[in-house]
Design a protein. Structure first.
Length: 149
């Protein structure tokens, strides 16, 4: 279970142990959480915290790509360390087979017969894979499965 209190406690431990990567990463995540809470004017629940964490992961992936293009190996290593640390807080990603099974179940439940049913399938499927699969990958898989029908 991901909670803001756990992240704050982990930050305290990182400060005590002088772990710069964890300390820097947790501060950025907690800042992003605080900004989101101010925007929404309410404390975030677990799915919202997970969403913020996923945005931070996406940001790190983009930073890695940019650093590689700029030939900045030091920034690549730093962003990869942060990414590995952030991934430890996220739920285990679905395997391609698990994702395919869930997508097939959602298609059967909705009774989808073609591409026009994609929205209905995604509406059923996305809450089931929240935080464990990339939305683009899910969308591509559903399109592929629906095109075979």
């Amino acid at each position: 279970m991901l909670t803001k209190e756990k992240l704050e406690e982990d930050l305290k431990n990182a400060i005590r142990s002088s772990d710069d990567v964890r300390k820097r990463t947790l501060r950025m995540v907690l800042t992003a959480i605080k900004i989101t809470e101010v925007e929404r004017r309410e404390p975030l629940d677990e799915p919202a915290l997970l969403s913020v964490m996923q945005k931070e992961v996406k940001t790190r992936r983009e930073a890695i790509e940019e650093a590689k293009r700029a030939n900045r190996e030091d920034l690549v290593v730093a962003a990869e360390d942060e990414l590995a640390f952030l991934n430890s807080y996220l739920p285990q990603p679905l395997t391609p087979q698990e994702l395919q099974n869930l997508a097939s179940q959602a298609i059967e439940e909705v009774g989808a017969s073609g591409a026009e049913s994609m929205g209905k399938v995604m509406k059923v499927l996305m809450p089931r894979v929240q935080g464990r699969a990339d939305g683009k990958a899910v969308s591509a898989l559903v399109q592929e499965l629906l095109s075979k029908r």
